[in-house]
Design a protein around this ligand. Structure first.
Ligand SMILES: C[S@@+](CC[C@H](N)C(=O)[O-])C[C@H]1O[C@@H](n2cnc3c(N)ncnc32)[C@H](O)[C@@H]1O
Length: 208
């Protein structure tokens, strides 16, 4: 099981080495997805669990981006990128994704890359993402989900306790999550045939 306090500790530990370890895997997928989101000038984007801000230089300077994260140490690295690349259109806040401090219908796009299997309560986080996203807005998730291959899925369940100790779960099922969170997926795919991560585009199917 993942807990907020253990996640904070684990990601404080990762913050100095995160980019060196993960950029090679995560950055190409962020580049693809942000390039596919059709962000228009003036759009408001929420990057949930922004981490060290790997994605931040990828956003067009004509939009406004808010990045939130639970980990102050990860955010410090993101702040350094904002300063280094003079990303004046981006702000950061320390915040729990399961309790977002924004009004309903604030953002045109809400994106979470490599986050949804890190949070203790992904259904609550998606409910919050939907709440703060405009009804006409887009919700985008990039994440590892449990394999549809039964043998691989069993292995993912078996290794899950170890994965949780290093900061994520390996057994999150996209179908179960979509059903429990009432997430209306309109497009999901992998960038390569055998990829660990899926790209998920969802419509914000909330009533108002
Ligand atoms: C694997 S990193 C991904 C970071 C970034 N999105 C990226 O693609 O590089 C997961 C991030 O989620 C953050 N996180 C975990 N639980 C969170 C929560 N409940 N609220 C906000 N951020 C959270 C962690 O602190 C960490 O920075």
């Amino acid at each position: 099981m993942l807990h907020v306090e253990s996640i904070k500790k684990i990601y404080a530990g990762y913050s100095n080495v995160y980019d060196v370890i993960f950029k090679q895997f995560f950055y190409p997928r962020q580049r693809h997805v942000i390039g596919t989101m059709n962000i228009s000038p003036g759009d408001k984007v929420l990057d949930v669990g922004v981490g060290t801000g790997l994605s931040l230089p990828l956003y067009p300077s004509s939009c406004n981006v808010m990045g939130i994260d639970l980990s102050a140490e990860m955010l410090k690295k993101a702040k350094k990128k904002i300063d280094k690349y003079k990303l004046t259109h981006i702000d950061l806040m320390e915040m729990d994704a399961s309790n977002l401090q924004f009004d309903d219908n604030t953002f045109d796009h809400v994106i979470a890359t490599f986050v949804i299997s890190v949070v203790p309560d992904p259904v609550k986080v998606i409910a919050e993402m939907k709440r703060v996203c405009k009804k006409t807005g887009k919700i985008v998730i990039v994440n590892h989900f449990q394999s549809s291959n039964k043998f691989v899925a069993k292995i993912e369940e078996f290794i899950n306790p170890i994965c949780c100790k290093i900061g994520w779960r390996s057994d999150l099922s996209l179908d179960e999550l979509a059903s429990n969170a009432d997430l209306e997926i309109n497009h999901k795919y992998k960038l390569k045939k055998f990829d660990l991560w899926k790209v998920v585009f969802a419509v914000n199917n909330k009533p108002c």
